[in-house]
Design a protein around this ligand. Structure first.
Ligand code: AMP
Length: 189
């Protein structure tokens, strides 16, 4: 099962991905998590990404495409994976399509998780409080910027995948377990 979770920051992609990892026994592939680890480890890639991430902009397609291509070659992805936070631009989606074709893989579904903008800002603000500001990009100003970037660069992927017939939409305003159940119904698992 190869899945994409698509949706704005704070909609619950990471939460759902972590639940589905256990239920479907496939790994979560979060480009945001991988980039944050690279920042913590002060690798050249992390150092290059930090400033861009801190202001809520997107890291280059080249960097994230490379991360994903390497990651899905690893043994634990043999039975599938859940992409969380990738692709985020049409160029990334095209790159993913090409990369999967080269690896002889296909995508099973793209799950769009929806929520209204006000809820997203307050959810991310709460996440900042709960984690004691562990994420430098979880403050209201940067969250608004990330939402703007989402609307401009990532939302077009909804139409992109709808056009390919792989898109399913679930309501991210429902309680966590209901969202999980809706995703599982959508993918027939
Ligand atoms: P996330 O944890 O998915 O919210 O990502 C946090 C930040 O990492 C984003 O605001 C971007 O700066 C960067 N990032 C994560 N995934 C991508 C991606 N697919 N393309 C570009 N930047 C990304």
């Amino acid at each position: 099962m190869r899945l994409i979770l698509l949706g704005p920051p704070g909609v619950g992609k990471g939460t759902q991905a972590k639940i589905l990892v256990d239920q479907l026994a496939i790994p979560q592939l979060s480009t945001g998590d991988i980039l944050r680890s690279a920042i913590a480890a002060k690798t050249p890639m992390g150092l290059a990404a930090k400033e861009v991430m801190d202001r809520g902009d997107l890291v280059s397609d080249e960097i994230v495409n490379g991360i994903v291509s390497e990651r899905i070659d690893q043994a634990d992805c043999a039975n599938g994976f859940i992409l969380d936070g990738f692709p985020r631009t049409v160029a990334q989606a095209d790159a993913l399509g090409t990369m999967l074709t080269h690896k002889g893989m296909t995508l099973d579904a793209v799950i769009e998780i929806t929520a209204d903008a006000g809820t997203l800002v307050s959810r991310v603000a709460n996440r900042a409080k709960e984690t004691g500001g562990a994420r430098a990009d979880d403050n209201v100003e940067v969250v608004r910027k990330r939402l703007e970037v989402y609307r401009e660069l990532t939302e077009p992927l909804v139409a992109y995948y709808r056009g390919k017939g792989t898109l399913k939409t679930v309501d991210g305003m429902a309680p966590v377990e209901e969202v999980t159940a809706a995703i599982r119904r959508a993918i027939g698992r």
